[in-house]
Design a protein around this ligand. Structure first.
Ligand SMILES: NC(=O)c1ccc[n+]([C@@H]2O[C@H](COP(=O)([O-])OP(=O)(O)OC[C@H]3O[C@@H](n4cnc5c(N)ncnc54)[C@H](OP(=O)(O)O)[C@@H]3O)[C@@H](O)[C@H]2O)c1
Length: 336
């Protein structure tokens, strides 16, 4: 396993971060999904993954807690957690809500400390509009008052030894720029994969500021995996057959036509792409079973695509964003 430094901080984590959103039953039941997920997490730790992403919103912390409770590597492990205050429609930052999310996570994960607090200022961000620009000016207007309260609350928790670094999950490029320029964050956490490269334009600024970048969903929620890369072979009823994904398959096909040769394994290519820039500390992938873990381990021991390939994807993605704008998929997940 390769490890990278998170920006200018002391934190060094595995290039692959274990994403826990899909790997267990949300009802706390040890069903087949949870059994496979448990095996995957246990083996991932054995293989050197030391970074794990979680949120109370996923309903899967029960399994992560179960695995980590008495694990001998529990103290060597680094946690990144989502903390969403203010949440949708909430007018302001509330310190008790922020503290509660962190203290709950420490308890549920049997952790001593949260390495990276991934802060989400949802507030006016309009989910119904697909997180598009409509909520953006208000959210950016409220950036400074939220930040002042956030920093005050964060520094108390840091003094108590409960948290280490604060990162922003900006949702939009405009907000990301504002957050980077504030100098308040150690890094940015955002989607980064073959189809979602919009943060690439801000990489030079992040590098200049000594920040880190943590990518999310290297397989574009599964679309870029071997199983789904050929859309015509998907079974009836598969979510990637729905119309909203048309443009992403078009976007992908355009990118595929720029490659000198088709990758042998798209899952591996996509995982490598998501780590291709040295700014990227780690990328958070949902690993649901040991088979997926083995593919991912193989991917991160290989050679990563070069800058020309990143830029080719980025040019195509930018032209699609200009044509279609920012849209959410059915799950309300913004995908550009
Ligand atoms: N706002 C946020 O902070 C936010 C939002 C979304 C996600 N996340 C985090 O990011 C993580 C990843 O998100 P995601 O699940 O949407 O996207 P992803 O990691 O890009 O896609 C995961 C899906 O791809 C398939 N897959 C995974 N590993 C594979 C492999 N090695 N080979 C082939 N297929 C593989 C699996 O689908 P099948 O099992 O169905 O084949 C898996 O569910 C989540 O677990 C969560 O921790 C954070």
């Amino acid at each position: 396993m390769r490890y990278r430094q998170y920006g200018n901080t002391q934190l060094k984590v595995s290039e692959m971060c274990f994403g826990t959103m899909r790997y267990a039953s949300k009802e706390g039941i040890p069903d087949d999904t949870s059994k496979a997920g448990k095996q995957a997490l246990e083996e991932a730790i054995e293989q050197g993954i030391n970074f794990i992403h979680s949120s109370y919103e996923y309903g899967t912390r029960w399994l992560t807690g179960d695995v980590l409770k008495n694990h001998p590597k529990r103290h060597e492990f680094h946690h990144i957690i989502k903390v969403n205050v203010p949440d949708w429609g909430e007018p302001r930052f509330e310190e008790p809500a922020f503290r509660k999310q962190i203290e709950d996570a420490l308890r549920e994960l049997h952790a001593d400390q949260i390495a990276v607090v991934q802060h989400l200022q949802r507030g006016k961000l309009d989910r119904a509009l697909g997180y598009c620009q409509e909520g953006e000016p208000q959210r950016i207007n409220e950036f400074q008052p939220v930040l002042d309260d956030l920093l005050a609350a964060f520094s108390k928790l840091r003094e108590e030894g409960k948290v280490q670094y604060l990162a922003t999950f900006p949702y939009t490029v405009g907000y990301a720029r504002r957050a980077i320029e504030s100098g308040a964050f150690s890094g940015v956490v955002a989607y980064f994969d073959v189809l979602e490269t919009e943060m690439l334009d801000l990489f030079p600024l992040m590098k200049e500021k000594g920040m880190g970048f943590i990518g999310i969903r290297p397989l574009a929620a599964g679309l870029l995996s071997n199983r789904r890369i050929d859309r015509s072979s998907l079974p009836e009823g598969d979510r990637f057959r729905e119309e909203q994904w048309d443009r992403f398959y078009d976007q992908l096909n355009e990118f595929r036509s720029t490659l000198s040769e088709e990758p042998d394994s798209w899952s591996e290519f996509a995982l490598r792409f998501a780590l291709a820039d040295p700014l990227i500390t780690s990328n958070v992938v949902s690993i649901n079973n040991t088979e997926q873990l083995h593919t991912a381990l193989n991917a991160v021991s290989g050679t990563y695509p070069d800058e020309k390939i990143l830029q080719a994807a980025h040019r195509i993605n930018t032209s699609y964003r200009e044509k279609f704008g920012v849209k959410a998929n059915a799950a309300g997940v913004p995908i550009y």
